[in-house]
Design a protein around this ligand. Structure first.
Ligand code: R1P
Ligand code: URA
Length: 237
């Protein structure tokens, strides 16, 4: 069924979806990592593809930036395309003792967004990853010899400006990564019965003037993608 934001036909999207923010990262992943990848979405240029990895059907789709955009795609994937697992393959700003290229497995995602509170009577929701996916990713990292850290992260609505005291609050709570989608994705996953995990590469350091080039954010995150695909291969849906 075509939805407002996805033009994929029924069955065209696999039960497991990789969800990068950047649609061009989705295209790169499909081209470089999936076998027999075919186009599954072009609506709004939010590129999506379905192929196979080690015999398992896998889709990859851009989510756009921020919780509202990500939640639109995740909701339509679950409700209209029967998607059961979503792994966000994103970038984040690093805080404290992390370096560019480090890979974070986001166990929990705090947020300044009201998205989950709107669904939860104004209460705080503990937005957490699916444990089996988290464990599979940690095991895959060990097996591949890719250093990856299980971490607490923060999802912000404000790429620019926002809370002027955010950094000290993050350090105080030992939060080491800042991005813009995971808390919403995890909350939505809890409500929808979806299994979700965010795996993030540190692309900027928020206390130092260190940044990955845009091309690297799009095409230079192979270790992270390999880790995620191996984790999914070890734990097929
Ligand atoms: O690289 P992606 O996956 O888009 O993730 C991060 O990059 C974007 C901001 O530049 C936000 O979407 C943030 O979460
Ligand atoms: O949200 C993000 C993503 C990458 N780098 C940042 O500084 N913030």
């Amino acid at each position: 069924m075509s939805t407002p934001h996805l033009d994929a036909a029924p069955g065209q999207i696999a039960p497991t979806v990789l969800l990068p923010g950047d649609p061009l990262r989705a295209r790169h992943i499909a081209r470089e990592f999936l076998s027999d990848a075919t186009e599954a979405n072009t609506r709004r240029n939010m590129l999506g593809y379905t192929g196979t990895y080690r015999g398992q059907r896998i889709s990859v789709l851009g989510s756009g930036m921020g919780i509202p955009s990500c939640a639109i795609y995740a909701t339509e994937l679950v409700r209209f395309h029967g998607v059961r697992r979503i792994v966000r393959v994103g970038t984040c700003g690093g805080v404290g003792d992390v370096a560019l290229g480090d890979i974070l497995l986001a166990q929990s995602a705090s947020t300044d967004s009201r998205f989950n509170r709107l669904q939860f009577g104004g209460h705080d929701l503990a937005a957490c990853a699916d444990f089996e996916l988290l464990r599979a990713a940690a095991d895959a990292a060990t097996a591949l010899g890719i250093p990856a850290r299980v971490a607490a992260i923060f999802s912000t609505d404000c790429f620019y400006d926002g809370d002027p005291h955010l950094m000290e609050r993050l350090i105080r709570h030992r939060i080491v990564g800042v991005e813009m989608e995971s808390a919403g994705l995890y909350g939505l996953a809890m409500r929808e019965g979806l299994r979700a995990l965010s795996v993030l590469a540190v692309s900027d350091h928020l206390q130092r003037d260190e940044h990955m080039a845009p091309e690297q954010r799009e095409q230079g995150l192979s270790a992270m993608v390999s880790l995620v695909l191996e984790a999914l291969a070890a734990d097929p849906d």
